[in-house]
Design a protein around this ligand. Structure first.
Ligand SMILES: Nc1ncnc2c1ncn2[C@@H]1O[C@H](COP(=O)(O)OP(=O)(O)O)[C@@H](O)[C@H]1O
Ligand SMILES: [Mg+2]
Length: 598
């Protein structure tokens, strides 16, 4: 239960909804009790009046007598209807306040969760799978909402109704009250058991369903491989099996669901029979009136649903607490990368690493070992090395996606940990090694980091041109409005990379980082792009990461990385003269180009 304390701050925020809702529950319950009393009054009235009928009949006044009686009965009926309408109106208001509050809190909570997600450390995303994270924001938050809305509403309703109804019942006859109420706790326990069973079984159903959809999704994404390897039959067989387990778990759920209503009706029936039997005896003894029996039958029916809901609400709250626990787990997770300042600043673009060592937090892999270098504002730095040598890690550290294990990264001679992360990140154009395009138009993908969103705006076209991808885009039927991603067209690896480059250069950042972003384009296009970038890079600090000499040879400074360490550094010509690792890479790549040209 203490997990749910997290929600309390939201109750405070929406206290007027909660208070109003409680008030409406009280009022609607009052108007639910009045009709029962009117009915008791009506029955007693009719009974008493009928008792004196012979006297009127003897006097020859039967006609007037009947018309008065009819009018009275209609009046009572009208009253009952009127009171019920008022009750309905307040019930409506109750839902309009409490259920609305639950939706508002759900909205806030989802935003809180999403906001936290965005600020969490990269390592967090390595540890948790996407499906799990999605579940927390959708499933778990919905379950917590069930606690905020229905559970609280029914609890308030139950308390209010109980106090009012039981007070009224006891004032009529305590013995009858006792008999009538005995079956209700049994009902409550039974419903608790049944709804817990239902919840457990629906969880299994959900699990099977999600297995099934992952299976189908994978079958679709991997359809090429499946067809090529001729595994259609096996897949079909597996699918049938998955469907079967899903069906079985659903039937399991149906079986217990079918018990719910009959069990409830049975216990209401027992209560009603007890009311009539014991009440009848008491009436014969003259302790209560016939009207009281009718009144009690109505009370019993009024109490049944709230009592049944005790069981239901208990299991709702348990589920909500479990869900909130899962949500709290990462709401309280440490944010390692904290923005130290919100002061507006200006980045000149000097980058320096001093004795930087970095181990990946989740795997403990030492990716960089005492790396030091310096790039002046406007200079270009190249990092070259084999796969796994730590090149991308340097880019990650410059963007402060991670903090160093030891040593310091300096930006404009200041520790990166002390500068405003927002300003800094908005001055960086970073092209990651793994291109990611959103399921959106090409235009919006390029304009992603800016506020430009007009179709075919000049800046987007210019950026696309500089990245050598404009002619490709214009070949698509919808040009810049072509959608990419899941429901859009499929781009080649090189096209994606160039769109990603356009995204980075459009905002004219102070620092440009290209992480192996030309690996999927041919050497000729690479030349073109690099030539265009040369103008763009003017006055900007540029870091070009590559495993190809051709991409890096024009840079002001080249670093050769191996196993997380800098083994050589200098200009292209100097490094060639050294005849070391750089020279070897150069020779080998020259050979490859010559061979491919043959
Ligand atoms: N997110 C990560 N978690 C754990 N280890 C990683 C992660 N990313 C990279 N590594 C490891 O760090 C080392 C350097 O990787 P990386 O910087 O990506 O090399 P490069 O970009 O030069 O290919 C490799 O051994 C790699 O396996
Ligand atoms: Mg890399």
């Amino acid at each position: 239960m203490k997990e749910l304390a997290h929600i309390n701050k939201y109750f405070k925020r929406y206290k007027w909804h909660l208070l109003g809702g409680t008030l409406f529950v009280v009022i609607s319950n009052l108007f639910a009790i009045f009709p029962a009393q009117v009915i008791r009054y009506a029955i007693d009235f009719v009974q008493d009046t009928i008792a004196v009928y012979p006297a009127f009949d003897a006097e020859g006044l039967s006609e007037g007598y009947i018309s008065i009686l009819t009018r009275a009965v209609f009046l009572f009926a009208g009253l009952v209807i009127g009171l019920s309408i008022v009750k309905g109106f307040f019930l409506y208001l109750m839902r309009q306040t409490i259920i609305v509050m639950s939706r508002l809190i759900e909205y806030d909570l989802k935003n809180e969760v999403f906001d936290k997600y965005q600020r969490l450390h990269m390592a967090f995303y390595k540890r948790n799978n996407t499906g799990d994270l999605m579940n927390r924001i959708s499933e778990d938050v919905s379950r917590v909402r069930m606690y905020i809305g229905p559970a609280i509403m029914y609890t308030i309703n139950l308390i209010v109704l109980f106090v009012m109804v039981i007070f009224t019942m006891v004032s009529v006859n305590p013995t009858l009250t006792l008999y009538v109420l005995t079956p209700l706790p049994i009902l409550s326990v039974l419903i608790y058991w049944v709804s817990r069973e239902i919840n457990q079984r629906s969880e299994v159903v959900q699990e099977k369903l999600s297995d099934l959809s992952s299976f189908v999704q994978e079958a679709f994404s991997g359809i090429r491989v499946i067809k090529a390897y001729n595994r259609l039959g096996e897949r079909e067989h597996e699918f049938t099996e998955q469907c079967n387990t899903y069906k079985e778990s659903n039937l399991d759920l149906v079986r217990i669901n079918a018990l719910f209503l009959p069990a409830m009706i049975l216990l209401i029936g027992v209560s009603t029979i007890l009311t009539i039997y014991i009440g009848g005896k008491l009436t014969l003894e003259g302790k209560i009136s016939a009207g009281n029996i009718a009144e009690f039958v109505i009370y019993v029916n009024m109490l049944t649903w709230p009592v049944a809901s005790v069981g239901w609400v208990t299991s709702l709250v348990q589920r909500a607490a479990a869900s909130q626990k899962r949500i709290n787990e990462f709401l309280t997770a440490e944010e390692d990368i904290i923005n130290p300042s919100s002061a507006p600043g200006h980045i000149k673009g000097k980058i320096a690493f001093k004795d930087v060592t970095f181990d990946y937090p989740d795997s403990g892999v030492r990716a960089l070992n005492r790396v030091s270098f310096e790039v002046q504002p406007g200079e270009s730095l190249a990092i070259i090395g084999h796969t796994g040598s730590g090149k991308s890690t340097i880019a990650n550290l410059i963007c402060r996606l991670y903090d160093t294990s030891s040593g310091t990264v300096f930006i404009d001679d200041e520790d990166i940990k002390s500068i405003n992360l927002d300003t800094f990140r908005s001055s960086i154009g970073y092209v990651p090694q793994e291109v990611f395009l959103f399921s959106d138009s090409i235009n919006n993908n390029i304009a992603f980091s800016t506020s430009i969103s007009n179709d075919d705006s000049n800046a987007v076209v210019k950026a696309a041109e500089d990245a050598q991808v404009k002619h490709n885009i214009e070949d698509f039927p919808k040009g810049f409005n072509t959608r990419v991603g899941e429901r859009g067209i499929t781009l080649s690896g090189g096209q994606k990379q160039r769109i990603s480059i356009a995204r980075a250069i459009i905002k004219e950042p102070k620092v440009l980082i290209f992480d192996d972003c030309l690996s999927a384009v041919d050497t000729e296009t690479e030349e073109h792009i690099l030539r265009n970038l040369k103008d763009l890079m003017d006055g900007k600090t540029t870091v070009i990461i590559s495993h190809r000499v051709s991409s890096v040879k024009h840079c002001d400074k080249i670093i050769v990385l191996e196993d997380g360490q800098i083994i050589e550094e200098g200009k292209h010509q100097e490094l060639l003269e050294k005849q070391g690792v750089y020279f070897d890479i150069h020779e080998q790549q020259q050979l490859e180009t010559m061979q491919s040209e043959d």
